[in-house]
Design a protein around this ligand. Structure first.
Ligand SMILES: C[S@@+](CC[C@H](N)C(=O)[O-])C[C@H]1O[C@@H](n2cnc3c(N)ncnc32)[C@H](O)[C@@H]1O
Length: 280
Protein backbone atom coordinates (compact mmCIF):
# COMPACT_ATOMS: atom_id res chain seq x y z
CA UNK A 1 0.00 0.00 0.00
CA UNK A 2 1.17 3.61 -0.65
CA UNK A 3 2.29 5.60 2.40
CA UNK A 4 -0.13 8.42 1.47
CA UNK A 5 -3.03 5.97 1.33
CA UNK A 6 -2.36 4.37 4.71
CA UNK A 7 -1.99 7.90 6.17
CA UNK A 8 -5.37 9.02 4.79
CA UNK A 9 -7.05 5.79 5.89
CA UNK A 10 -5.61 6.21 9.41
CA UNK A 11 -6.85 9.80 9.65
CA UNK A 12 -10.33 8.67 8.63
CA UNK A 13 -10.42 5.90 11.27
CA UNK A 14 -9.31 8.34 13.98
CA UNK A 15 -11.76 11.04 12.85
CA UNK A 16 -14.62 8.52 12.89
CA UNK A 17 -13.58 7.57 16.43
CA UNK A 18 -13.69 11.25 17.53
CA UNK A 19 -9.96 11.46 18.29
CA UNK A 20 -9.00 15.09 18.91
CA UNK A 21 -5.92 15.39 16.62
CA UNK A 22 -6.40 12.67 13.99
CA UNK A 23 -3.74 13.85 11.51
CA UNK A 24 -1.06 14.42 14.13
CA UNK A 25 -1.72 11.15 15.94
CA UNK A 26 -1.76 9.22 12.65
CA UNK A 27 1.55 10.80 11.69
CA UNK A 28 3.19 9.98 15.05
CA UNK A 29 1.98 6.36 15.02
CA UNK A 30 2.89 5.70 11.37
CA UNK A 31 6.35 7.29 11.64
CA UNK A 32 7.05 5.28 14.80
CA UNK A 33 5.94 1.94 13.31
CA UNK A 34 7.93 2.57 10.11
CA UNK A 35 10.83 4.22 11.93
CA UNK A 36 10.87 7.15 9.50
CA UNK A 37 10.82 10.93 10.10
CA UNK A 38 7.27 12.38 10.25
CA UNK A 39 7.95 14.70 7.27
CA UNK A 40 8.47 11.69 4.98
CA UNK A 41 4.75 10.96 5.21
CA UNK A 42 4.12 14.26 3.41
CA UNK A 43 7.19 14.35 1.15
CA UNK A 44 7.12 10.70 -0.01
CA UNK A 45 3.45 9.62 -0.25
CA UNK A 46 4.27 7.06 -2.98
CA UNK A 47 6.60 5.05 -0.74
CA UNK A 48 5.50 1.41 -0.80
CA UNK A 49 4.59 -0.03 2.62
CA UNK A 50 4.83 -3.82 3.03
CA UNK A 51 1.66 -5.66 4.07
CA UNK A 52 2.93 -6.65 7.57
CA UNK A 53 3.65 -2.98 8.38
CA UNK A 54 0.25 -1.90 7.08
CA UNK A 55 -1.37 -4.44 9.42
CA UNK A 56 0.72 -3.23 12.36
CA UNK A 57 -0.18 0.42 11.63
CA UNK A 58 -3.88 -0.37 11.41
CA UNK A 59 -3.74 -2.35 14.66
CA UNK A 60 -2.14 0.60 16.50
CA UNK A 61 -4.49 3.14 14.87
CA UNK A 62 -7.44 1.03 16.00
CA UNK A 63 -6.10 1.10 19.58
CA UNK A 64 -5.80 4.90 19.37
CA UNK A 65 -9.40 4.99 18.10
CA UNK A 66 -10.45 3.03 21.19
CA UNK A 67 -8.99 5.80 23.34
CA UNK A 68 -5.50 4.47 24.09
CA UNK A 69 -3.16 7.42 24.57
CA UNK A 70 -0.44 7.86 21.94
CA UNK A 71 2.31 7.46 24.59
CA UNK A 72 1.12 3.89 25.34
CA UNK A 73 1.16 3.04 21.64
CA UNK A 74 4.60 4.44 20.81
CA UNK A 75 6.02 3.62 24.30
CA UNK A 76 7.55 7.01 24.90
CA UNK A 77 6.84 10.52 26.16
CA UNK A 78 8.99 13.61 26.25
CA UNK A 79 9.33 15.32 29.60
CA UNK A 80 11.60 18.30 30.29
CA UNK A 81 13.40 17.65 26.98
CA UNK A 82 14.17 14.03 27.95
CA UNK A 83 12.58 10.95 26.43
CA UNK A 84 10.96 8.54 28.92
CA UNK A 85 10.03 4.94 28.22
CA UNK A 86 6.30 4.49 28.96
CA UNK A 87 4.01 1.47 29.08
CA UNK A 88 0.39 0.93 29.88
CA UNK A 89 0.12 0.65 33.67
CA UNK A 90 2.17 3.76 34.47
CA UNK A 91 1.06 7.40 34.49
CA UNK A 92 2.07 9.38 31.38
CA UNK A 93 4.22 12.38 32.42
CA UNK A 94 2.34 15.68 32.12
CA UNK A 95 3.67 19.13 31.13
CA UNK A 96 2.34 20.61 34.44
CA UNK A 97 4.78 18.40 36.31
CA UNK A 98 7.70 20.15 34.57
CA UNK A 99 6.88 23.22 36.72
CA UNK A 100 7.33 21.11 39.87
CA UNK A 101 10.72 19.86 38.66
CA UNK A 102 11.83 23.38 37.71
CA UNK A 103 10.89 24.79 41.11
CA UNK A 104 12.64 21.95 42.97
CA UNK A 105 15.86 22.15 40.93
CA UNK A 106 15.99 25.94 41.48
CA UNK A 107 16.15 25.27 45.23
CA UNK A 108 18.93 22.67 45.09
CA UNK A 109 22.37 24.26 45.31
CA UNK A 110 25.13 22.65 43.26
CA UNK A 111 28.23 21.31 44.96
CA UNK A 112 26.87 19.98 48.26
CA UNK A 113 25.72 16.32 48.45
CA UNK A 114 21.93 16.29 48.86
CA UNK A 115 19.33 13.55 49.29
CA UNK A 116 15.67 13.64 48.26
CA UNK A 117 12.70 11.33 48.02
CA UNK A 118 10.12 11.18 45.21
CA UNK A 119 6.89 9.78 46.65
CA UNK A 120 4.74 8.04 44.01
CA UNK A 121 7.60 7.87 41.54
CA UNK A 122 5.59 6.49 38.57
CA UNK A 123 7.72 6.51 35.40
CA UNK A 124 10.51 8.21 37.36
CA UNK A 125 10.16 11.42 35.33
CA UNK A 126 10.49 13.78 38.34
CA UNK A 127 13.37 12.09 40.16
CA UNK A 128 15.31 11.20 37.02
CA UNK A 129 15.09 14.74 35.60
CA UNK A 130 16.33 16.15 38.93
CA UNK A 131 19.18 13.59 38.98
CA UNK A 132 20.11 14.50 35.39
CA UNK A 133 20.19 18.21 36.20
CA UNK A 134 22.11 17.95 39.48
CA UNK A 135 25.03 15.53 39.77
CA UNK A 136 25.32 16.18 43.53
CA UNK A 137 21.93 14.60 44.32
CA UNK A 138 20.99 11.08 45.39
CA UNK A 139 17.34 10.11 45.37
CA UNK A 140 14.98 7.49 46.72
CA UNK A 141 11.85 6.73 44.68
CA UNK A 142 8.89 4.95 46.27
CA UNK A 143 5.70 3.63 44.74
CA UNK A 144 3.11 1.02 45.60
CA UNK A 145 3.01 -0.17 41.98
CA UNK A 146 5.49 -2.86 40.84
CA UNK A 147 4.95 -1.67 37.28
CA UNK A 148 5.93 1.90 38.18
CA UNK A 149 9.11 0.68 39.89
CA UNK A 150 9.98 -1.48 36.88
CA UNK A 151 9.49 1.43 34.44
CA UNK A 152 11.38 3.85 36.71
CA UNK A 153 14.27 1.43 36.77
CA UNK A 154 14.28 1.17 32.96
CA UNK A 155 14.28 4.99 32.69
CA UNK A 156 17.02 5.34 35.31
CA UNK A 157 19.21 3.05 33.20
CA UNK A 158 18.34 4.84 29.95
CA UNK A 159 19.33 8.16 31.53
CA UNK A 160 22.34 6.69 33.38
CA UNK A 161 21.37 7.80 36.88
CA UNK A 162 20.62 4.34 38.38
CA UNK A 163 23.73 4.53 40.61
CA UNK A 164 22.20 7.55 42.44
CA UNK A 165 18.60 6.33 42.52
CA UNK A 166 17.24 3.81 45.03
CA UNK A 167 13.82 2.41 44.19
CA UNK A 168 11.59 0.91 46.90
CA UNK A 169 8.13 -0.61 46.94
CA UNK A 170 6.29 1.26 49.64
CA UNK A 171 2.90 2.75 50.34
CA UNK A 172 2.48 6.46 51.01
CA UNK A 173 0.33 5.41 53.93
CA UNK A 174 3.36 4.00 55.73
CA UNK A 175 6.27 6.02 57.03
CA UNK A 176 9.33 5.50 54.82
CA UNK A 177 11.47 4.40 57.87
CA UNK A 178 14.69 5.97 56.64
CA UNK A 179 17.91 6.02 58.62
CA UNK A 180 19.07 9.22 56.90
CA UNK A 181 17.75 12.78 56.93
CA UNK A 182 16.41 14.27 53.72
CA UNK A 183 17.00 17.63 52.05
CA UNK A 184 13.70 17.48 50.21
CA UNK A 185 10.51 15.52 49.59
CA UNK A 186 8.91 15.85 46.16
CA UNK A 187 5.64 14.34 45.03
CA UNK A 188 3.01 14.47 42.34
CA UNK A 189 0.58 12.30 44.27
CA UNK A 190 -2.79 11.04 43.11
CA UNK A 191 -5.01 14.11 43.65
CA UNK A 192 -8.31 13.49 41.90
CA UNK A 193 -11.44 12.85 43.93
CA UNK A 194 -13.68 9.91 43.11
CA UNK A 195 -16.42 12.16 41.74
CA UNK A 196 -14.00 14.16 39.54
CA UNK A 197 -12.67 10.91 38.06
CA UNK A 198 -16.05 10.18 36.50
CA UNK A 199 -15.78 13.39 34.43
CA UNK A 200 -12.35 12.65 32.90
CA UNK A 201 -11.68 12.02 29.17
CA UNK A 202 -11.66 8.38 28.00
CA UNK A 203 -7.87 8.65 27.32
CA UNK A 204 -7.15 9.46 30.98
CA UNK A 205 -9.29 6.51 32.06
CA UNK A 206 -6.84 4.19 30.24
CA UNK A 207 -4.20 5.27 32.79
CA UNK A 208 -3.86 3.45 36.12
CA UNK A 209 -6.67 4.50 38.42
CA UNK A 210 -4.42 4.24 41.50
CA UNK A 211 -2.16 6.92 39.99
CA UNK A 212 -5.07 9.35 39.74
CA UNK A 213 -7.64 8.93 42.49
CA UNK A 214 -6.68 10.04 45.96
CA UNK A 215 -9.89 9.35 47.82
CA UNK A 216 -13.20 11.03 48.53
CA UNK A 217 -11.80 14.55 48.81
CA UNK A 218 -8.65 14.48 46.66
CA UNK A 219 -6.22 15.84 49.26
CA UNK A 220 -5.75 12.62 51.28
CA UNK A 221 -2.25 11.88 49.92
CA UNK A 222 -0.93 15.38 50.70
CA UNK A 223 -2.15 15.03 54.25
CA UNK A 224 -0.51 11.64 54.67
CA UNK A 225 2.86 12.64 53.19
CA UNK A 226 2.96 15.81 55.29
CA UNK A 227 2.17 13.81 58.44
CA UNK A 228 5.58 12.05 58.32
CA UNK A 229 7.76 14.40 56.24
CA UNK A 230 8.95 16.68 59.06
CA UNK A 231 10.47 13.78 60.99
CA UNK A 232 12.77 12.98 58.06
CA UNK A 233 13.64 16.48 56.83
CA UNK A 234 16.83 18.33 57.74
CA UNK A 235 16.46 21.86 59.12
CA UNK A 236 15.81 24.08 56.11
CA UNK A 237 14.67 21.11 54.02
CA UNK A 238 11.47 21.38 51.99
CA UNK A 239 8.43 19.52 50.70
CA UNK A 240 7.24 20.27 47.13
CA UNK A 241 3.96 19.03 45.66
CA UNK A 242 2.11 19.34 42.40
CA UNK A 243 -1.44 20.55 43.09
CA UNK A 244 -4.77 19.71 41.52
CA UNK A 245 -7.07 22.55 40.47
CA UNK A 246 -8.62 24.32 43.47
CA UNK A 247 -6.52 22.48 46.09
CA UNK A 248 -4.06 25.29 46.98
CA UNK A 249 -5.85 26.63 50.06
CA UNK A 250 -6.60 23.25 51.59
CA UNK A 251 -3.04 21.99 51.04
CA UNK A 252 -1.51 25.25 52.32
CA UNK A 253 -3.55 24.79 55.52
CA UNK A 254 -2.20 21.24 55.81
CA UNK A 255 1.38 22.58 55.55
CA UNK A 256 0.64 25.20 58.22
CA UNK A 257 -1.00 22.64 60.53
CA UNK A 258 2.19 20.53 60.38
CA UNK A 259 4.34 23.57 61.26
CA UNK A 260 5.93 24.22 57.84
CA UNK A 261 6.97 27.80 57.08
CA UNK A 262 7.87 29.98 54.06
CA UNK A 263 5.11 28.43 52.01
CA UNK A 264 5.22 29.33 48.31
CA UNK A 265 2.55 28.79 45.69
CA UNK A 266 3.59 28.75 42.02
CA UNK A 267 1.09 29.20 39.19
CA UNK A 268 1.07 27.46 35.81
CA UNK A 269 0.68 29.30 32.49
CA UNK A 270 -3.11 29.33 32.90
CA UNK A 271 -2.80 31.09 36.27
CA UNK A 272 -3.72 27.96 38.28
CA UNK A 273 -1.83 27.35 41.54
CA UNK A 274 0.09 24.27 40.42
CA UNK A 275 2.99 23.82 42.85
CA UNK A 276 3.30 24.32 46.59
CA UNK A 277 6.55 24.33 48.54
CA UNK A 278 6.96 24.60 52.30
CA UNK A 279 10.11 24.63 54.44
CA UNK A 280 10.97 22.80 57.64
C1 LIG B 1 0.03 11.04 39.81
S1 LIG B 1 1.06 9.62 39.73
C2 LIG B 1 2.66 10.41 39.57
C3 LIG B 1 3.67 9.61 38.83
C4 LIG B 1 4.94 10.38 38.49
N1 LIG B 1 5.60 10.84 39.68
C5 LIG B 1 4.62 11.53 37.57
O1 LIG B 1 4.64 12.69 38.04
O2 LIG B 1 4.33 11.32 36.39
C6 LIG B 1 1.00 9.02 41.37
C7 LIG B 1 1.84 7.79 41.66
O3 LIG B 1 1.56 7.40 43.02
C8 LIG B 1 1.50 5.99 43.08
N2 LIG B 1 0.69 5.59 44.24
C9 LIG B 1 -0.66 5.48 44.32
N3 LIG B 1 -1.04 5.09 45.54
C10 LIG B 1 0.10 4.93 46.25
C11 LIG B 1 0.37 4.53 47.58
N4 LIG B 1 -0.58 4.23 48.44
N5 LIG B 1 1.67 4.49 47.97
C12 LIG B 1 2.68 4.79 47.11
N6 LIG B 1 2.47 5.19 45.84
C13 LIG B 1 1.21 5.25 45.40
C14 LIG B 1 0.92 5.55 41.76
O4 LIG B 1 1.26 4.21 41.49
C15 LIG B 1 1.54 6.57 40.80
O5 LIG B 1 2.73 6.07 40.23
Amino acid sequence: MRLGDIYNQSIKILKDSSVENPALDAMIIISTVLNIPKEKIITDPDMDIPEDKVERILKEIKKRGEGFPVAYIINKKEFFGLEFYIEEGVLIPRPETEILVEEVVKRLPEGKELVGIDVGVGSGCIAITILKMRKNINMIGVDISEKALEISNINANIHKVADRFLLKKQSIFEEPKLDIKLDFVVSNPPYISQSEYETLQREVKKEPVEALISGKVGTEFYEKILSWSKRYLKDGGFVAFELGIGQAKKVKDLFLAEGFKDIHLIKDLQGIDRVIIGYN
